[in-house]
Design a protein around this ligand. Structure first.
Ligand code: NAD
Length: 506
């Protein structure tokens, strides 16, 4: 590891009180060359940064470190708090873990922020004027990686949406909108189908929105919302959404803007923030001075704004926009109508440095408020849990249990299973329904319904509410009758609300 002081103590005409510690990783493939270009530009504006370099990626994986990062580097990241990361190559094959996923989870980088803009006519786009920021929840949802294969035919992935996690990301989105002068926050979910998980996300969005009366809000179901984003992106400003949807729509947004190679992204947590280009290590063009450094440069601009170095962020962003306008384009964005010279990675950086102090004429100039409050500070992203609402827990009582069986007998006839389960059921419970892949098949199932070997059998109290220990009676009775239980889910009511989805006709 080595330390590089970039700043000389002066930025613009103002004296700089302190330097921000930033950890830099040059990464793999085109990583080192685009990082060189970006660091030269940061140096040219005397960005008040103190840099420390760590090694990550392919070389570390090859040494047998399956996470791609040496254990001591985590401490370096923790103490600096800011990470500017070039793309890395994840070796193919089992056993190698994605460094990005590890970093997000280990450092609790809960907010993924991806601004997507079009730069018409300098970068070919389907949507001139597009300017959208996707704020994606980064830790929860199906990305916990909790998966099980339960039967021969059926595998499951657990989708976890939490109140504190959702409050944090929704507040972050509103604070981000305020700090960046944006007028509207849209929430994307599938709450009409996943009423409890996505329903919670949407409900929290509705709870928090009134705290921001200056910001317009709306909600879209993810399917039509994505279609609308692809067709009429100008309807949207900031979008907040759970992890999986955010992963998908941020790529859709970047692709239709025409600028996947230009997009930077921030992963923000309570104590550490990581900034990187959206693209990968592009091994096909590595070492050929053809890579566009703009994605990493835009990430560095986000980093400067995040740290509070707004003047430098603005200076670089405007010089970069002026460079695009003058037609100095790397091969990936070169076009017949606006390119005056196709330049390599380093010459592109030279042009950005040359245009420092200029503003674009046609494109919207960048404005970073000098005293902007950081969205994560205001969103309450401190490790303690910040200013999430701690509502008194609702009284929770057990009303039954869903027992999942691996059953592949009697031609998978649900009526036969139902009668056998009713016969085995102890008196404290009654079988209320059986579903297969969520479709009710007993009682009154339809012969046409396709059934796998995976059955959800709902047992509810026949009289007083059961206690935990009574579930063991049921477990005992069913296993004695020869059934194979692969999982159970307890049915609770929380206050006067069901904590479980009801089947049709229940
Ligand atoms: P990629 O983004 O590296 O490349 C896709 C295509 O885009 C290639 O044709 C490439 O030449 C081009 N491209 C990408 N960035 C460019 C740039 N700055 N300038 C000009 N052209 C550019 O995606 P991939 O090929 O699927 O992945 C390559 C490697 O990158 C893989 O090992 C993958 O795991 C890794 N990856 C890393 C990250 C990260 O570190 N954040 C992200 C995505 C992929």
């Amino acid at each position: 590891m080595n330390s590089t002081g970039l700043a000389n103590g002066v930025r613009g005409n103002a004296a700089v009180a302190s330097k921000y510690k930033v950890v830099v990783a040059r990464g793999d493939g085109i990583g080192p060359e685009i990082m060189d270009a970006v660091l030269r530009i940061l140096k040219a504006v005397n960005a008040p940064l103190s840099l420390e370099e760590i090694e990550i990626g392919e070389s570390v994986y090859r040494r047998g470190v399956t996470s791609g990062i040496e254990p001591e580097a985590w401490e370096t990241l923790r103490s600096a708090g800011t990470f500017l990361k070039a793309p890395i190559t994840t070796p193919l094959g089992h056993g190698y873990k994605s460094l990005n996923v590890t970093a997000r989870k280990s450092l609790s980088l809960y907010a993924n922020v991806r601004p997507v803009r079009s730069y018409d006519p300098y970068v070919t786009t389907k949507h001139p004027g597009m300017d959208v920021v996707v704020v994606r929840e980064n830790e929860e949802d199906t990305y916990g990686g909790i998966e099980h294969r339960q039967t021969d035919e059926v595998a499951q992935c657990l989708k976890l949406i939490t109140r504190p996690g959702t409050e944090r990301i929704v507040r972050f989105a509103f604070e981000y909108a305020r700090a960046h002068g944006r007028d509207k926050v849209s929430c994307f979910t599938k709450q009409n189908i996943m009423k409890i998980t996505d329903g919670l996300f949407y409900r929290i969005f509705q709870e928090i929105a009134p705290e921001y009366p200056d910001i317009e809000t709306d909600h879209w179901l993810i399917d039509i919302g994505t279609a609308m984003l692809a067709d009429q992106p100008n309807r949207f400003d900031v979008i907040v959404t759970p992890n999986l949807y955010g992963d998908i729509i941020s790529d859709v947004a970047a692709q239709i803007a025409g600028s996947v190679g230009l997009a930077g992204s921030a992963n923000v947590g309570p104590t550490v923030a990581m900034f990187e280009a959206v693209h990968g290590s592009a091994p096909d063009i590595a070492g050929r001075d053809r890579a566009n450094p703009s994605g990493l440069l835009n990430a560095a601009v986000m980093m400067l704004a995040h740290l509070g170095a707004a003047p430098e962020a603005q200076l670089i962003q405007n010089a970069w926009l002026a460079t695009l306008e003058r037609g100095y384009h790397t091969p990936d964005i070169a076009n017949d109508s606006t390119t005056t010279e196709v330049v390599g990675t380093q010459k592109f950086a030279d042009r950005v440095i040359y245009h420092l102090g200029e503003e674009p004429e046609r494109l919207q100039p960048a404005r970073f408020p000098v005293n902007a409050v950081r969205a994560d500070d205001r969103a309450g992203s401190r490790p303690s849990g910040g200013n999430e609402t701690h509502t008194a827990p609702a009284r929770k009582h057990l009303v039954g249990v869903d027992v999942f069986l691996d059953w592949d007998e009697s031609g998978r006839d649900a009526a036969i299973l139902g009668v056998a389960l009713e016969a085995a059921c102890p008196p404290r419970f009654r079988l209320s329904m059986i579903t297969n892949r969520g479709t009710k098949v007993y009682p009154n199932g339809l012969a046409e319904t396709f059934c796998t070997d995976h059955w959800r059998c709902r047992f509810v109290a026949s009289g007083d509410n059961p206690e935990q220990r009574h579930l063991l009676e049921l477990w005992h009775a069913l296993t004695e009758a020869g059934f194979e239980i692969i999982k159970t889910e307890h049915l609770y009511r929380h206050g006067d609300e069901d904590g479980f989805s009801r089947g049709q006709g229940e």
